[in-house]
Design a protein around this ligand. Structure first.
Ligand SMILES: *[C@@H]1O[C@H](CO)[C@@H](O)[C@H](O)[C@H]1NC(C)=O
Ligand SMILES: *[C@@H]1O[C@H](CO)[C@@H](O)[C@H](O)[C@H]1NC(C)=O
Ligand SMILES: *[C@@H]1O[C@H](CO)[C@@H](O)[C@H](O)[C@H]1NC(C)=O
Ligand SMILES: *[C@@H]1O[C@H](CO)[C@@H](O)[C@H](O)[C@H]1NC(C)=O
Ligand SMILES: *[C@@H]1O[C@H](CO)[C@@H](O)[C@H](O)[C@H]1NC(C)=O
Ligand SMILES: *[C@@H]1O[C@H](CO)[C@@H](O)[C@H](O)[C@H]1NC(C)=O
Length: 340
């Protein structure tokens, strides 16, 4: 309910301003912010649509940023490489690279967007490639198990706008900012790769059960996951090293950072990349899954006054996080929802 009211608050009360320097065809609706992943009050990520700013050069924000009139970034960077030129379809890494002067990542152009109850679809121009990026947070009222699985998906499809094939790679990462608004909190992580799936799991080293800072929980685990297959690569490391690696080589070399540190200390990030080779359109979408898992989720007070910690509903079906991540990433199920 809080999620819904947060959405209504953001959409209903903030001014609808249409920037003048962005040409978005047939766009009569220009909200102050659009949803990217909204699964619970603690897993709620939004893209600010600031006046006169390119939405594809903004850091996604936790919903509370609108209350607190300050940034509460949930680091999430999206890049593609087209014939060796790097374009940004999400995040604000371009700003940093411009400041350092050393590199150029070009913010892509948003040409239109569409918002439905479960998805935000961005249509983007990145040089010779058109991208459709779909942020999907499923609603499955007839299946409580799936409905209780705290995952959200991003699918990227591309086709060339000149009819020619182009060398094409895609990249997306998340930072540890999703775990706490307190940037001094130390996080640790592991990466697991099997023949079917690959995922990063990120935790607070000292979680605070049922604790909150600026509306963000301090007792969750983040997952970033992809179906494993041809062209998929991963790494962990600082924001700069991972993003530069993709920009320089079009992929990630698998090196894993084990220097567990605070969220804002050389910002550790958790990326996946897919190399498609030379294509005129993607044969199937690149799909990233992002999950924010709390267990227990509720401090329940029984009628006799005693307290119980209760787990999420899906625990009835899935015993371990591993099993649950693999099943929730069932690509066939995802595509069924996605194509509806
Ligand atoms: C993007 O979506 C539009 C509208 O559904 C479709 O016409 C177009 O072919 C799609 N483009 C890509 C690259 O998938
Ligand atoms: C933030 O985290 C640091 C390190 O764990 C801790 O010392 C500090 O008290 C925390 N601040 C808040 C506001 O929770
Ligand atoms: C990370 O920290 C948690 C909580 O302290 C601990 O249970 C877990 O074993 C640690 N994981 C790694 C990879 O160090
Ligand atoms: C607003 O953010 C500050 C830190 O920037 C934090 O101390 C405060 O608790 C936040 N307020 C709310 C209402 O979340
Ligand atoms: C992978 O890339 C990183 C960053 O560019 C570099 O520091 C590291 O040595 C590379 N690892 C391997 C195994 O090539
Ligand atoms: C969860 O378990 C119940 C009972 O065994 C079963 O009927 C249901 O299909 C399962 N749901 C999923 C999504 O696996």
């Amino acid at each position: 309910m809080l999620t819904l009211s947060a959405f209504l608050f953001l959409v209903a009360t903030l001014p609808f301003v249409r920037p003048h320097n962005i040409r978005v065809a047939d766009q009569t609706f220009w909200p102050a912010t659009i949803p990217l992943a909204v699964r619970s009050p603690y897993f709620s990520c939004w893209l600010p649509m600031e006046q006169n700013e390119n939405p594809l050069a903004q850091w996604p924000q936790f919903w509370n940023y609108a209350n607190n009139i300050s940034v509460q970034t949930l680091g999430r960077e999206g890049l593609v490489r087209v014939d060796g030129t790097t374009y940004q379809w999400l995040g604000s890494w371009t700003q940093q690279t411009q400041q350092s002067g050393a590199r150029s990542v070009i913010p892509a152009k948003l040409t239109s967007f569409q918002i439905t109850p479960t998805r935000t679809i961005l249509t983007i121009l990145a040089g010779a490639m058109n991208l459709n990026v779909t942020f999907l947070t499923p609603i499955e009222p007839s299946d409580w198990v799936r409905q209780s699985i705290p995952f959200s998906y991003v699918a990227l499809e591309a086709s060339s706008n000149d009819g020619q094939p182009h060398d094409f790679q895609v990249y997306a990462d998340i930072s540890a900012e999703w775990l706490s608004a307190n940037g001094s909190s130390v996080v640790n992580w592991t990466t697991t790769s099997t023949s079917s799936i690959v995922y990063h799991e990120i935790k607070l080293t000292s979680p605070i059960p049922y604790g909150e800072v600026s509306g963000q929980a301090n007792d969750g685990t983040m997952y970033h996951a992809m179906v494993n297959g041809a062209g998929v690569s991963f790494s962990t490391g600082s924001d700069e090293s991972c993003r530069n690696q993709f920009q320089d080589s079009g992929g990630l070399n698998g090196s894993l950072d084990s220097d567990f540190r605070p969220i804002t200390s050389n910002f550790p990030v958790f990326p996946f990349s897919v190399g498609f080779g030379s294509i005129s359109s993607t044969p199937s979408p690149a799909v990233w899954a992002v999950g924010y898992v709390r267990d227990p989720v509720i401090h329940y007070t029984r009628p006799d006054g005693t307290k119980q910690s209760r787990g999420p509903y899906y625990r009835a079906n899935f015993s371990s996080p591993m099993e649950f991540v693999c099943r929730s990433l069932n690509i066939i199920h995802f595509l069924q929802i996605y194509k509806k």
